[in-house]
Design a protein around this ligand. Structure first.
Ligand code: AMP
Ligand code: MG
Length: 345
C-alpha cells in the first residue's frame, strides 16, 4: 500500500489535506494523526471493518480496546452514556489528555471495545486532530500509531518507521507536546479510578472528583491470573531491543554506578542532563534535567527508540518518582523494563 504523507502545523492547517484525510476515514481507511499526547492511528469508530484494519496494521491483540476521539465533550452523547461526573471532568480537562471510560451505546461496534460494554472517550486539544475529527463527522478510534509492543510514536518519523506501507495516510504535525499517552479513568459513583497515568495527574483529578484511586496495575506487576481493569495493562509494552534496568538510589551513588558501568559494560544510558558531563558520550541520551518531568515525558519514547539502533547489552535509566507527572513516567518505564529495578547503595 502507498502511504500518503501530509505535512502541516497546528498554526497552519492544510484544509485540503484535512479534507482528503477525512475522505479516507469516511471510506473506512486508516490515517495516522498527531495529538498532544502521542500519534494516533485513526479510523471511523463506528465501522467495525475499519477498526479491524487498525488491529491488523499494528499487530495489536483484538481484546485490547481502542480510545475514541471526539471533537467536543458533548459529542460523547452519540457514542456513550455520560454522567454528571463526566461533565465535571470534561469542564476541567477537555479538550486535553484525559480519557474517560463510559458505558457504550450500540453505535460503537464491539470490535472497537475488545468486546467490552464500555468505551474509552477522549477529546484531544491538538488542532490538527480536532480538524480531522470535525471534518470526518464521526468519532475517530485511535490507539497509538506504533507497531504493537514498540514505544508509542511522538514524531511523524516514528510513525513512518512503523507504519509506512501499512496505512493510507500519515499527517506529520511535528513533535507531540506531552509525549506520553492520556490519563485513563473509570468512574464509580463520585470516584475516579485511574487505570493509566498521564499528564492529568492524580492531584489534578482530586480537585474535581471526591475520591481518586490508582489501579494496582499502574505500579505493580499483576499476578498471572489477575485481570486488569484495563486490558492494555496486561501486555508488555515499549520494550527496547536490549534489557532495560531501572536504577534506584541516592543521586551521587547512581551517578557513580553509571560512570563505572560505562567502563565495565557495553551499555546505553538514559541519564539526566546533570549527569552528562560525568559520562563519556558513547551511547548516552540526555532525557532532561532531574526535576524537569515534562521534558523527561517528552523525550522518553524517542529515547527508547534510539537505543534500538545502539548495539548494547543493557540499558540503564533512572527509576522515576511516583509523584505528579512522575507516575506516568514510572508506569511506562517499569513496563519497558519488565519491572527490573536495581537498588544502588
Ligand atoms: P492506546 O490506544 O495504545 O493508548 O491504548 C488504549 C488503552 O486504553 C489500552 O490500555 C486499553 O486497555 C485502554 N482502554 C480502552 N478502552 C477501554 C475500556 N473500555 N475499558 C478499560 N480500558 C480501556
Ligand atoms: Mg499504545
Amino acid at each position: 500500500m502507498d502511504t500518503q504523507i501530509f505535512r502541516m502545523t497546528p498554526e497552519e492547517i492544510d484544509a485540503q489535506a484535512i479534507k482528503s484525510c477525512a475522505e479516507i476515514i469516511k471510506s473506512g481507511g486508516l490515517v495516522a494523526i498527531p495529538t498532544e499526547t502521542v500519534y494516533g492511528l485513526g479510523a471511523d469508530a463506528t465501522d467495525a471493518d475499519a477498526a479491524a484494519k487498525i488491529y491488523a496494521a499494528k499487530g495489536r491483540p483484538s481484546d485490547n480496546p481502542l480510545i475514541i476521539h471526539i471533537a467536543a465533550p458533548e459529542d460523547a452523547e452519540r457514542y456513550a452514556h455520560t454522567s454528571p461526573l463526566y461533565y465535571k471532568l470534561a469542564k476541567a480537562f477537555m479538550p486535553g489528555p484525559l480519557t474517560v471510560i463510559l458505558p457504550k451505546k450500540d453505535i460503537i461496534p464491539s470490535g472497537v471495545t475488545g468486546g467490552l460494554d464500555t468505551v474509552a472517550v477522549r477529546c484531544p486539544s491538538h488542532k490538527v486532530a480536532h480538524a480531522l475529527i470535525e471534518a470526518s463527522c464521526v468519532a475517530i478510534a485511535a490507539p497509538s500509531a506504533n507497531l504493537s509492543g514498540s514505544p508509542s510514536p511522538t514524531s511523524a518519523e516514528h510513525v513512518i518507521a512503523d507504519m509506512n506501507g501499512r496505512i493510507d495516510a500519515i499527517i506529520d504535525g511535528g513533535q507531540c507536546e506531552i509525549g506520553l499517552e492520556s490519563t485513563i479513568v473509570k468512574l464509580e459513583g463520585e470516584t475516579a479510578i485511574m487505570l493509566r497515568p498521564g499528564a492529568i495527574t492524580a492531584d489534578a483529578l482530586g480537585c474535581v472528583c471526591e475520591k481518586v484511586e490508582i489501579a494496582a496495575a499502574v505500579t505493580e506487576l499483576l499476578g498471572e491470573n489477575e485481570r486488569p481493569l484495563s486490558p492494555g495493562m496486561k501486555y508488555k509494552h515499549y520494550a527496547p531491543a536490549a534489557p532495560l534496568v531501572l536504577l534506584e538510589g541516592e543521586d551521587d551513588a547512581v551517578a557513580d554506578f553509571l560512570v563505572a558501568a560505562q567502563s565495565r559494560e557495553n551499555c546505553a544510558i538514559l541519564g539526566y542532563s546533570e549527569e552528562m558531563p560525568l559520562l563519556n558520550n558513547k551511547n548516552i541520551i540526555d532525557v532532561g534535567a532531574r526535576d524537569d518531568l515534562a521534558t523527561q515525558a517528552q523525550t522518553l519514547f524517542s529515547a527508547l527508540r534510539e537505543t534500538n539502533s545502539m548495539s548494547v547489552d543493557v540499558i540503564y535509566a533512572h527509576l522515576p518518582t511516583q509523584n505528579g507527572l512522575g507516575l506516568a513516567l514510572y508506569n511506562r518505564l517499569i513496563r519497558a523494563a519488565a519491572h527490573t529495578i536495581k537498588h544502588i547503595d
